[in-house]
Design a binder for this molecule. Structure first.
Ligand code: 3HC
Length: 293
């Protein structure tokens, strides 16, 4: 409306060094996003092998970009040179902002936020890329709830433009503005969301994905569903292809959280989705999910 402040968000904090906790698909993609945008990134894994895996994955991605003529060796060396992998969270002490991308489990994240609160310097922003956990609960276990925020990236993070910036009732306006400005600075498009289960995208996307599995259980072929959605609805991937990208374990966790939060019986996770997780068929990351890779 007339008179609205249309000034783009500004970095209200100095952000030079970024920490990332986790070595899975999302964390690894987020490390890559920040390093490619010129930030020094310290990332924490549970083992040296997992730490090495992140560097190997980013190296592969950069090599692919070089092979396609979209990057060069100099850029690759610069990006890799900004990465510091570690198995000790204590190395996050001087980070200006930490993004957490570990398991979608409230107990595990709660323990991490208590630890980050102890380790990181005063004024450091503590962000989570959770897709369905209540961020307010994480904020409350810290001594700095105003500095806790959601920064929800999408998979694959280096490609997907959207970042849902999730503020709780406790998040300070300066932290919100800084994270929106930072998202834009790393060439993403921030969208502001409240702390409601699934935010915007997942609240709509996962019931659809779950329903696709139920439709398949009712006898419709997976390939037919995938092809129909791609060819007629204009989605880049069909639901089974996308479930395999996101990971069936992650999808089940999100759908279960939506079911608990909204109490909607129609949101019950599909039996076949549960079965895939039990069988360890998690998607591309394990070589098999709904499709085989
Ligand atoms: N890392 C880095 N770059 C990647 C990549 C990755 N993991 N995957 C693909 N790319 C790059 C490719 O190198 C290519 O780059 P180029 O244009 O410079 O050559 C570009 O992305 C396009 O890739 P491809 O040509 O291989 O394949 P597509 O054109 O089919 O695109 C896709 C792949 C971008 C994954 C596309 O299929 C897509 O958008 N799929 C839908 C993804 C989606 O909906 N994600 C959201 C999931 S929900 C979520 O994440 C929520 C969370 O809470 C779980």
């Amino acid at each position: 409306a007339a008179g609205d402040d249309v000034r783009p968000p500004q970095l209200r904090h100095t952000i030079e060094k970024i920490g990332v906790v986790g070595t899975g698909t999302m964390a690894s993609g987020i490390v890559q996003v920040f390093a490619q945008a010129g930030y020094d990134v310290v990332f924490v894994g549970r083992s040296p092998e997992k730490v090495d895996g992140v560097v190997a994955g980013i190296t592969r991605s950069l090599d692919k970009a070089i092979a396609k003529g979209r990057s060069d060796e100099e850029t690759k060396a610069a990006v890799l040179g900004r990465l510091t992998g570690t198995t000790s969270r204590e190395n996050l002490a001087d980070a200006d902002l930490v993004v957490e991308g570990i398991a979608e489990d409230l107990d595990i994240k709660t323990e991490l936020f208590k630890d980050l609160d102890r380790i990181t310097k005063a004024g450091a922003i503590l962000a989570t890329t959770t897709s369905s956990m209540p961020i307010t609960e994480l904020a409350k276990v810290t001594s700095r709830p105003g500095d806790v925020i959601g920064m929800h990236f999408f998979n694959p993070a280096p490609v997907m433009k959207l970042v849902e910036v999730v503020t709780t009732d406790l998040t300070s306006p300066e932290v919100d503005e800084t994270v929106r400005a930072l998202s834009a600075a790393v060439k993403k498009v921030p969208v502001s969301c409240g702390d409601r289960s699934g935010f915007i995208v997942n609240a709509l996307l996962f019931p659809y994905l779950n329903d696709a599995v139920k439709l398949h259980e009712a006898g419709v072929a997976m390939d037919e569903i995938d092809a129909t959605i791609k060819e007629t609805a204009g989605f880049p991937m069909g639901p089974f292809e996308l479930l395999d990208v996101v990971g069936n374990d992650v999808s089940l966790a999100i759908q279960s959280e939506l079911r608990n939060e909204f109490g909607e019986p129609g949101f019950d996770p599909a039996a076949l989705l549960i079965q895939k997780v039990q069988e360890g068929k998690l998607g591309r990351k394990t070589g098999e999910g709904f499709h085989t890779y």
